[in-house]
Design a protein around this ligand. Structure first.
Ligand code: ZN
Ligand code: FE
Length: 260
């Protein structure tokens, strides 16, 4: 399996660097300069680029990287992405530096959004964030809800490498939804500590006492406290249980978050 390193970019993006021997992949290179600097400092050859979606902060560096390195570009087939050589739709299995990586379709933030699943490790772009989730720029609440459910169904120990350091910014909303969630309060204190020390909160953990499943409101849309908070905030959520209610709670939370 490859090793994983972060290359910080812009204000709060993470470009993930995957390394095995002298070969490297990057995930979502929004900016080429910090990637090139790192590759040169570490004597690495870039052989592949994984792209989750078309937003500039995830693909802006591809042109410059490909002008310099003969890298394959794996990207959503349905989105406009510079230099794509391997168009993907989800369901494929890739060979990434000798490791089998599954491609998951996770529409919601954008319609062609992909996530890349290696053993125990998920690169999810702007789908799931620490204590939050991506905005619905293109997809519907039903699509995003299904995409998040797909992620939540992964093994608890899965490490989630999302593309932004948003956890601390997301926690006040999560605490507003669930002020009595002890795990969430504990996580909030731990995250404040980490960030004050200049440390990353990503990768995220799915399971565990203060993991996403215990503290991220968008993964908790069937919890009574979350349903109650969504109901109190908006009258659009049905009071009956049923297959649609999780999605409606999700939609209510996402709308609430947008104006928070
Ligand atoms: Zn985005
Ligand atoms: Fe982004």
């Amino acid at each position: 399996m490859f090793e994983i390193f972060s290359i910080p970019a812009f204000k709060d993006n993470y470009i993930w660097l995957l390394v095995r021997g002298t070969q490297a992949f990057v995930v979502d290179p929004g900016d080429a300069a910090p990637v090139i600097a790192r590759l040169e400092a570490d004597g690495l050859d870039l052989v592949g680029i994984l792209v989750t979606h078309h937003h500039a902060d995830h693909q802006g560096g591809i042109g410059e990287l490909c002008a310099r390195y003969p890298a394959e570009v794996y990207a959503p087939a349905s989105e406009s992405i510079t230099g794509t050589t391997r168009p993907l739709r989800g369901g494929e299995v890739l060979d990434v530096l000798g490791t089998a990586v599954q491609v998951l379709a996770v529409p919601g933030h954008t319609l062609g959004h992909l996530a890349y699943l290696a053993p125990g490790v998920l690169f999810c772009g702007d789908t799931l964030f620490g204590a939050g989730c991506g905005r619905l720029f293109e997809g519907t609440p039903a699509q995003m809800s299904a995409s998040l459910a797909q992620i939540a169904a992964l093994p608890d120990e899965t490490l989630i490498y999302c593309a932004h350091e948003y956890t601390e910014m997301n926690l006040p909303f999560a605490l507003t939804v669930e002020p009595d969630n002890a795990a969430l309060r504990q996580r909030s204190a731990a995250v404040a500590h980490l960030r004050r020390a200049g440390l990353a909160t990503v990768p995220l953990t799915l399971g565990g006492e203060t993991g996403e499943k215990a503290t991220n409101p968008f993964l908790r849309c069937t919890q009574p406290a979350v349903i109650a908070a969504a109901l109190a905030h908006t009258a659009t959520v049905e009071k009956t249980a049923g297959p649609r209610s999780g999605i409606e709670v999700f939609a209510a939370l996402r709308g609430w978050r947008n104006n928070f």
